[in-house]
Design a protein around this ligand. Structure first.
Ligand SMILES: Nc1ncnc2c1ncn2[C@@H]1O[C@H](COP(=O)(O)OP(=O)(O)OP(=O)(O)O)[C@@H](O)[C@H]1O
Ligand SMILES: [Mg+2]
Length: 462
């Protein structure tokens, strides 16, 4: 519970908000309370001043009495002393505390203005103001005004009670808000956590439905997408493993079968030669297959690096042609090249040669005697286009979308005879795409096949 995200977020929020609220309340409370007390003290002082002004005009018995009568009806107490502090009139009974205040002041100071002489409202029972009666520059007496602090205390208490209620309400509301808020954030996170747990347990179908358009919504979408991709990947891997084991099993069956035959007694020397040749051929296929698979695995793990350089395509193509021409002539296929002199591509020559050899090999394998195979290179703006055209058997439309898939062959048995493993085009596509180019195949069964490779010229122009 304590480690849960919702709790952590909520707790942190709560602490922050509590601190902010307490600060706000403290400032507000002290301001209001002080304001009220100041009002009371000001009022008290004003009253003392008024009385002393009245007495300054008429310092006699009847005015003194008048002042006393006025205050006896109010909540205040007035005490008037002569210049030496002797009480000459008062409105109510003089309490012990009042007497202390009256005795505490210095009667020798030539104070002319009224002032507060007791403001400790929370300790004392009375607060007090004093105003001297000055007549003709001489101090004739002092007016003391007292106010019971009970009222002030009651006022301030009321204020505190109100503040406590409001504070409790605010804290309550804050807690509820935080609770809802943290749920709102953590609920989807918990859902996603569960989904990824499912994923790691091997459950591939996770659906995180969410209409949220925020980051959490995006995250949920990414997880769903990832899960789907993982699912596809697993299916592809299983299919791939199935085909690989099939691919490996067939030549091994041949090898084992012919090895068994050779071991028999009743077999002629020429038969032994023939069968050993088959065994060698099959082993050769196997090692090519394994090498190709290894290459693909490297490409998958991005361990595959290309070393680009500026390559004259014409030179490269003619050197390939020289090597493969005998095989074409053997099958009586005419091979023609059309490549302008000056075309330079920024490619890895070895890899690019691998691609072209495989494509030309395919063209040769699937063409009949007497047909033509053409290789054409052209340049369009920044693009170099290499097109290979053959007049062979072509590829059925239903197979075209899968032609670049690993181990895919149109007619398994026939291409077996010609030694194909169905990896050539996969590797070619991988290489061309690593170069940032594209490879496309169009074909018409019975008419022929066209392979188009597009590359950005790159190099110095990049
Ligand atoms: N020019 C073509 N004409 C007709 N079919 C073709 C042509 N090129 C490719 N194909 C078909 O596409 C399949 C895949 O080609 P790919 O080069 O990947 O494999 P492969 O030639 O069979 O084996 P590998 O190249 O690994 O030795 C081939 O088996 C073949 O059926
Ligand atoms: Mg091939």
């Amino acid at each position: 519970m304590l480690t849960k995200l919702s709790f952590k977020i909520g707790f942190l929020f709560f602490i922050f908000i509590l601190i902010i609220e307490s600060l706000l309340f403290f400032v507000l409370y002290t301001n209001i309370a002080n304001g009220r007390i100041e009002d009371v003290l000001d009022d008290l002082l004003a009253r003392a001043n008024t009385h002393s002004e009245v007495l300054e005009m008429n310092f006699n018995e009847s005015t003194l009495e008048h002042v006393g009568i006025m205050e006896s009806a109010s909540d205040f107490v007035v005490v008037v002393t002569d210049e030496e502090g002797k009480v000459i009139n008062h409105s109510d009974t003089i309490q012990q505390e009042m007497r202390q205040v009256v005795e505490a002041i210095d009667y020798n100071s030539n104070q002319t203005e009224g002032r507060i002489v007791e403001d400790r409202w929370d300790d004392k029972q009375y607060i007090a103001a004093e105003s001297p009666v000055n007549i003709g520059g001489e101090q004739r007496g002092h007016v003391f005004m007292f106010a019971d602090t009970g009222n002030v205390k009651k006022n301030v208490n009321q204020l505190s009670n109100q503040f406590i209620v409001i504070a409790l309400l605010t804290v309550g509301l804050t807690i509820i808000t935080i609770f809802i808020l943290s749920r709102f954030i953590t609920h989807p996170v918990i859902k996603m956590k569960e989904a990824t747990e499912q994923l790691s347990l091997g459950e591939n179908q996770v659906e995180l439905h969410t209409n949220r358009k925020d980051e959490l919504g995006e995250l949920a979408e990414s997880i769903t997408k990832l899960a789907n991709e993982l699912d596809q990947l697993k299916t592809a891997r299983n299919e791939f493993l199935a085909s690989i084991s099939h691919e490996l099993r067939t030549p091994l069956t041949y090898i084992k079968g012919y090895a068994d035959i050779i071991n028999r007694q009743d077999i002629t020397e020429s038969e032994v030669k023939e069968y050993t040749a088959i065994i060698r051929e099959e082993s050769e296929h196997l090692s090519i297959l394994i090498r190709n698979l290894f290459e693909l695995a490297k490409m998958d793990r991005n361990r595959f690096t290309i070393h680009r350089e500026e390559v004259s395509l014409r030179k490269l193509i003619y050197s390939i042609a020289n090597r493969i021409k005998p095989a074409f002539s053997e099958k009586n296929i005419a091979f023609s090249i059309n490549c302008p002199e000056n075309i330079v591509a920024f490619v890895d020559p070895e890899r690019f040669e691998q691609v072209l050899v495989n494509i030309l090999d395919n063209a040769k394998k699937h063409s009949s005697e007497g047909s033509n195979v053409q290789l054409e290179v052209s340049q369009m703006g920044e693009e170099v286009i290499v097109t290979t055209t053959d007049e062979g058997e072509g590829i059925p439309e239903k197979d075209l979308p899968y032609i670049f898939d690993r181990l895919y062959r149109v007619e398994k048995s026939r291409s077996r005879e010609s030694g194909g493993s169905g990896l050539g085009l996969t590797i070619a596509k991988e290489i061309i795409e690593t170069h940032g180019g594209q490879i496309e195949i169009t074909s018409e069964p019975g008419e022929g096949t066209i392979v188009v490779i597009r590359l950005l010229r790159g190099g110095n122009n990049e």
